[in-house]
Design a protein around this ligand. Structure first.
Ligand code: ADP
Length: 492
């Protein structure tokens, strides 16, 4: 099948989170299954820097052409490279005034959020380029709200633009909390028929809502785990769009993300002081000793060391962990956290460290090497997320023989098999239900109890290390979705 992915971020060129990882890993896996896949993204400043750092530059694909939005003409360029280590083509839409910004989602020079404008230009340019190149995909796969205009063009301008007649669309929701909400006065930017606004299709709660428009328009909708697919159809999890999602439930399915099993492999991880496998865990002990050294704990400390890595935002529930920490430390648990984000949470981390330097260590910032060392060196890995569409770090932890202790939500429910006391043959971690310090502490102390029963703990470690989180499995599920998307459109 010919599949084109449209995403605002694609790793390694420009990335802020899991979306960038998926937008690279899924196309790679689909190409490995024999599909003709390419990826489209804006030429962000981060991408330009990525090439400059390597003394390289993408090829010019077409001479610059003009795209019109609200009657104004914008000249865009098209550059092409491949995803590193693959033959998967990445086409960059270049337009410096809109994409040469300090970060992927920066406001304009007046401090205004003009993302609607930026990403609509990206979609229009990408579609125009596909036409000029004579390359019509059978599946246009868009990620999150930013390229949402693409499925809307497919659904509502086909009577004027027959190009879309043979294109089916798939939308993947990576996080329903980000919807692209703007004033109704911005509707003109989309260039869609007025009925889509008056009929309430792209309007939601008195505003223009890009994700809602795409939800109504897309032929098929996926999200990044089966449990999250259900949660977003409930008022608690739908961030206001649960009604639309219930209406479209027949087209919605959840497919668990995979992980990059090459980048995250304890048998050859370039960031680790020693390597190990399920058969021989000696290297993990060396990684643990190194983590103790870096964290300032005693090297042979027999306590359970709990790691945590992530963005310090309310979604991730670090505040719950920090509230539970004093009690846990008193009970002999050691905690190492790496994260950056909200200043209040960074402050709590500093405070805990000052009060209990031998039990709590905080690392502020983004650090790949340290995140790999925590995954390898810790005994357990905690994720108290309030909601978690998929989550990757719990899967890394299992692959690294580190037992996850997670809140039972979204992808955490789907990827970690909670230990009940009776299922040691297949359990891979621990679950708790309530996002409260009490529930978290109780489950971590339960894990600590198992930790001291070495044989039992090793079974959980081995079960996690045996689990298959590769993309191949998920790619096969996407293939079925693509077939269904063409079917519901009546396309072969
Ligand atoms: P989300 O996409 O919601 O941030 P995921 O678990 O899907 O959460 O992905 C987060 C990714 O970012 C993981 O690869 C994780 O290791 C990485 N990460 C998050 N914070 C940091 C940090 N401070 N340092 C290094 N890596 C981080």
């Amino acid at each position: 099948m010919r599949i084109s992915h449209l995403s605002s971020e694609v790793s390694p060129f420009a990335k802020t989170g899991g979306l960038g990882d998926v937008a690279a890993a899924l196309p790679k896996a689909l190409a490995a299954s024999g599909h003709e896949v390419d990826v489209w993204m804006p030429f962000h400043l981060d991408a330009a820097r990525w090439f400059r750092k390597r003394a390289a530059w993408p090829d010019t694909l077409l001479s610059p052409f003009r795209v019109s939005i609200l009657g104004a003409e914008h000249e865009v360029g098209l550059l092409r490279a491949t995803l590193p280590g693959t033959t998967v083509a990445v086409t960059f839409v270049a337009h410096d005034p809109l994409f040469h910004r300090p970060t992927i989602y920066s406001p304009n020079e007046r401090g205004q959020d003009d993302d609607l404008w930026r990403f609509c230009l990206f979609v229009r340019a990408a579609v125009e380029a596909m036409k000029r190149l004579g390359r019509r995909p059978q599946i246009l796969h868009t990620h999150d709200w930013h390229p949402a205009l693409a499925p809307m063009l497919g659904a509502w301008s086909s009577y004027r633009d027959p190009w879309f007649d043979d294109v089916a669309s798939v939308l993947t929701i990576h996080n329903v909390g980000y919807q692209g909400v703007y004033g109704l006065d911005q509707f003109g930017v989309l260039g869609l028929p007025p009925e889509t606004l008056t009929g309430g299709v792209v309007e939601h709660a008195g505003a223009l809502n890009m994700l809602k428009g795409a939800l109504v328009a897309a032929d098929m909708i996926t999200t990044v785990s089966p449990t999250y697919a259900w949660e977003i159809t409930t008022p608690e999890g739908g961030a206001g769009l649960d009604g639309v999602l219930r209406m479209r439930a027949g087209r919605l399915t959840g497919i668990l993300n995979g992980i990059d099993t090459h980048e995250w492999d304890p048998t050859h991880d370039r960031y680790l002081p020693a390597h190990y496998s399920r058969e021989n865990l000696r290297g993990k002990r060396e990684c643990r000793a190194e983590l103790c050294r870096v964290a300032g704990f005693e090297p042979g400390d027999p306590s359970m060391i709990v790691g945590a890595v992530g963005r310090l935002v309310p979604q991730k529930g670090f505040d719950v962990l920090f509230e539970a920490a004093p009690e846990l430390i008193r009970r002999g648990v050691r905690i190492v956290v790496l994260g950056s984000g909200e200043p209040a949470l960074e402050g709590s981390m500093r405070l805990l460290e000052a009060h209990a330097p031998r039990g709590f260590r905080a690392f502020l910032g983004y650090d790949d090497r340290l995140s790999h060392l925590i995954q390898a060196g810790a005994d357990a890995f905690v994720m108290p997320s309030r909601y978690e569409p998929c989550g990757l770090t719990q899967m890394y932890a299992m692959r690294y023989g580190t037992v996850p202790v997670v809140r039972k939500t979204g992808g955490l429910s789907d990827s970690v098999i909670g230990f009940t006391g009776q299922n040691a043959e297949w359990a891979t971690g621990f679950h708790f239900e309530d996002p409260s310090p009490h529930a978290l502490a109780a489950e971590l102390l339960r894990a600590q109890n198992v930790f001291f029963h070495r044989d039992l703990w090793h079974r959980l470690v081995a079960n996690g290390m045996r689990a298959d989180f590769s993309w191949g499995r998920s790619a096969a599920a996407y293939e079925l979705v693509y077939r269904r998307a063409r079917e519901v459109r009546g396309l072969p």
